[in-house]
Design a protein around this ligand. Structure first.
Ligand code: SAH
Ligand code: SF4
Ligand code: F3S
Length: 440
């Protein structure tokens, strides 16, 4: 029998790409490709790309350029581009970079084995359709080996919100929810393979409405049913839009013990004028009231957010409103970005804020967010937390994992604890992690 061919996937962008890369690897394992983490020994290289911010496409082209020597050394090597740049650029990639054999958009991954066959037969393969069928129906994983204790599970994809800055509605298409029965089946399979924590993924995950028993289920119903799976210990979800946080989901944070006390709830700006220009359809005040209700349900919840500085039209006054909102919420964690004009989105056509101004605001915002993040982490010292042990630590005799609040935690302990949720007393707050001691 010939030796297995080797597949190398490089993943950029959001968790959904991480999930998709795993599904692509599984789909291609059926075609005889074994995963490798060394590009040099691969027979097939896939770049799973992200288009969210500036120069994404340029970065992909320069990465492709770097693969030239590998292809020269091994002419039968096939190179593919997947993900959101593939969706946005399509055939242009094949025109601009002749070493690319295959381009596949995020909604067509179930067609990957056929596309790879095309490419291996020496023909250029391209698929950036938004097909009617659900790719996950065809990508459902066959029973596989054991998995790491924490896994992603995509339940919803695409977005109908059309925030004025964002490419996602164009690259991922319209909002689609997977049937709840399929999600439950996949979750049970993950748990049977050693998974203890599942993070439900969707570009608008809290808008989930998948077909279940007796009609469509919202995200809260799905979470409660998942919580009944024995062996599954933790549930998270990301990313949420403020307007889709319904009462049931807020209540679940208070009464569903397996739902972890962490919520990523992007607001983008604290200025109502800018929020309107962004087409966010919420105000600073409605967001603050929502935060209040969530905290009433789960007082120790750690909130995370996304922010953009220098959106077209943003004045110093608008930016100060963002700083005020951040002070009012007090985030435990956050992501912030300088506005990056994306071709084809409405905001890209507007008069732009000078880069230096947007950058200066970003620095000030990040300083404030870093302060809050550190305070939230420091406040954990002395407390007892649950930690899902995920891997060996950096030093011998150490293990590492994530706390209920999603802080990275290092502690001394045996590797036999990997895959278990253990009780840990936090003893020290380091720059990006906590140190803890097993509670016995
Ligand atoms: N669906 C999620 C994630 C979208 S992308 C959500 O709605 O929150 C993740 C983050 O990238 C966004 O929340 C936003 O803060 C940022 N982002 C998106 N487009 C951007 C752009 N053009 N420039 C700068 N940041 C952007
Ligand atoms: Fe993009 Fe807005 Fe949709 Fe999030 S909600 S994916 S930021 S359009
Ligand atoms: Fe990037 Fe596409 Fe995710 S643009 S952030 S990989 S949805």
């Amino acid at each position: 029998m010939s030796e297995a061919k080797k597949l190398f996937i490089k993943t950029y962008g959001c968790q959904m790409n991480v999930y998709d890369s795993e599904r692509m690897a599984e789909a291609l394992s059926a075609s005889g490709y074994a995963a490798t983490d060394r590009a040099e020994e691969a027979d097939m290289i896939l770049l799973n790309t992200c288009h969210i911010r500036e120069k994404a496409a340029e970065k992909v082209y320069s990465e492709l350029g770097r693969l030239k020597p590998l292809k020269a050394a091994k002419p039968e090597l096939k190179i593919g581009v997947a993900g959101c740049v593939a969706q946005a650029e399509g055939a242009e990639i094949l025109n601009r970079q002749p070493l690319v054999d295959l381009v596949v958009g995020p909604q067509s991954y179930h067609r990957l084995p056929a596309l790879v066959e095309e490419a291996r037969a020496g023909r250029k393969a391209l698929d950036t359709d938004f097909p009617e069928e659900d790719k996950f129906d065809y990508l459902s994983a066959r029973p596989q080996a054991r998995r790491a204790p924490a896994a992603f599970l995509t339940v919803q994809e695409g977005c109908d919100k059309f925030c004025a800055f964002c490419v996602v509605p164009y690259t991922r298409g319209a909002e689609v929810s997977r049937p709840a029965t399929r999600v439950l089946g996949e979750a049970r399979d993950l748990v049977a393979r050693g998974v203890r924590e599942i993070t439900l993924l969707g570009q608008n995950v809290n808008a989930y409405h998948g077909a279940g028993d007796g009609g469509d289920w919202g995200l809260a119903r799905l979470i409660r049913e998942l919580a009944a799976i024995e062996g599954l210990e933790r549930i998270r979800y990301t990313t949420s839009h403020p307007n889709d946080m319904d009462d049931d989901l807020i209540a679940a944070h208070g009464d569903c013990a397996k739902l972890m006390p962490y919520l990523h709830l992007p607001v983008q700006s604290g200025s109502d004028r800018i929020l309107k220009a962004m087409n966010r359809k919420h105000t600073a005040d409605s967001y603050l009231r929502l935060v209040e209700r969530i905290r009433a349900s789960r007082p120790d919840i750690l909130l995370s957010g996304d922010f953009i500085t220098g959106f077209p039209g943003e004045t110093e006054f608008d930016f100060e409103a963002t700083m005020d909102l951040v002070r009012a919420v007090n985030y435990g964690q956050a992501y912030s970005f300088r506005y990056s004009p994306r071709p084809g989105t409405p905001a890209a056509e507007k008069p732009q804020v000078a880069k230096a101004v947007a950058e200066d605001r970003l620095q000030r915002l990040q300083a404030l967010l870093a302060e809050q993040q550190k305070a939230a982490q420091d406040a954990m010292v002395g407390r007892e937390v649950g930690v899902l042990v995920e891997k060996p630590g950096r030093l011998p005799g150490q293990i590492a994992g994530k706390s209920d609040h999603l802080h990275a935690v290092h502690l001394d302990g045996p590797e036999s604890l990997i895959g278990q949720v253990v009780r840990v007393r936090v003893v020290e707050s380091a720059p990006h992690s906590l140190r803890g001691a097993l509670v016995v």
